[in-house]
Design a protein around this ligand. Structure first.
Ligand code: PRP
Length: 184
């Protein structure tokens, strides 16, 4: 899927494929330096994180395993409430593992805040977070993110894993959704 396939649906491209890939290469280098001599258990949060997970993991030289969680937050409409339900739990025991949560976006921070404390209670040797995008203006709860790709404005973004009504996830870039698409 490319920009031509969604013409008219986007206001503009916020981050190009090249910008995303270049930043992921830098993040992978930082992670490799920090985890030298260790093995990482990457935990992706379905579904948005699939693209970041696929690209970031392939840029790492550090040996790593992957596992996945699916969570859903109770709330009104698209607003996160901070009350999270596990739809699919991990298959891996975290005891003694170096765990790195991989996320596409931190919006209010409520999902990750809940997830981080849930995973911390499972006894990992270490627990850190990598997120491609963060919206500082939307923050409701501070989450200590060790690796951040880009801070972005508090606007409706899609692409590179991020959806609107399950669409646009397969775009290779991140774009701003035009208000007419979501009925504003
Ligand atoms: C998105 C994103 C994070 C969460 C961030 O997931 O992947 O998990 O929202 O929001 P928060 O910081 O306000 O909690 P979403 O619930 O849209 O599901 P998806 O990944 O399946 O698209």
């Amino acid at each position: 899927m490319d920009a031509h396939d969604v013409e008219g649906d986007l206001e503009k491209i916020l981050l190009t494929e090249e910008q995303i890939q270049a930043r992921l290469t830098e993040m992978a280098a930082a992670i490799d330096a920090d985890y030298k001599g260790q093995e990482i258990l990457l935990i992706g949060v379905l579904r948005g994180a699939i693209m970041v997970m696929a690209d970031l993991s392939r840029k790492l030289h550090t040996p790593c395993e992957m596992d996945w969680m699916a969570v859903s937050s109770y709330g009104s409409g698209t607003k996160s409430s901070g009350v999270v339900r596990i739809l699919k739990d991990l298959d891996t025991d975290l005891e003694g593992r170096h765990v790195l949560i991989v996320e596409d976006i931190i919006d209010s921070g409520l999902t990750l805040s809940w997830l981080a404390s849930n995973l911390q209670s499972r006894g990992p040797a270490s627990l850190s977070i990598a997120a491609l995008l963060r919206k500082p203006e939307a923050t409701k709860v501070q989450v200590p993110v060790r690796y951040v790709g880009f801070d972005i404005p508090n606007e409706f973004v899609v692409g590179y894993g991020l959806d609107y009504a399950e669409r646009y996830r397969t775009l290779p870039f991140v774009g701003l959704l035009a208000p007419h698409v979501y009925g504003a």
